[in-house]
Write a protein that binds this ligand. Sequence first.
Ligand SMILES: [Zn+2]
Ligand SMILES: [Zn+2]
Length: 240
Amino acid sequence: MQETNQKLTGFAAEIRNIAGWAWALAAIGFLGMQYVFNVVVAHQPDAPPAWARPLMGLSVGLLVAFYMLMIGYVNRDFKLVARWAWILAAIGFLSMQFVFNVVIARQPDAPPAWARVLLGLLVGLILTCYLLLIGYVNRDSGRRGMSRVLWTTVSVLVPNGLGIILYFILRQPVIGNCPQCGHAVQHGFNFCPQCNCKLNPSCPQCQRMVSPQDAYCPYCGTSLPDPAVRSGVPQIEVRH
Ligand SMILES: [Zn+2]
Ligand SMILES: [Zn+2]
């Protein structure tokens, strides 16, 4: 894919990156939570008071929708998520089921069974999304030339997913990849620092970058190979 430098920036452009299915899932998740808290939970003999149910439905629904949208935003890049993050996410989900359905169930003042199952699934799901997003930030920051340690730490330590949101707001554009070896290369590099692959057309005499339309080097006047030869230079692949 050829890079266009006029990339849309800002919040509106970022929102457009969210996949359609994620909006659908977020809406289903949100509405589902309203149903669960206002209908399913309301029918339980020991349901929370009527005023609390819509409030719980709204807050949990928003939380679920938020994480669905984040997952949809990452969408195409999800294969970046580190393997350890998938493993941690699975362990996190399963341990939440254990905590809510076994550990808490043994407490004398345990919440009723329906609440434990619901809480276990919800907390497990949110924890899973949270860990996967941290695994994503860990890798994604690297290919954007940002500090992986710093941003992984920020995502883990800043509560309520705010560290992850901060990362998405502040992250740098993706660095291109060398078409030959895949090494991350910054825009404007003439050669790949890893394998010396030629990334931009350059003057054979003085090695400075030239435009593909130039017939002569603007720096030293050397006659440049014809455009057919110059267009043979592989373009930097940029993943968005
Ligand atoms: Zn290379
Ligand atoms: Zn030159």
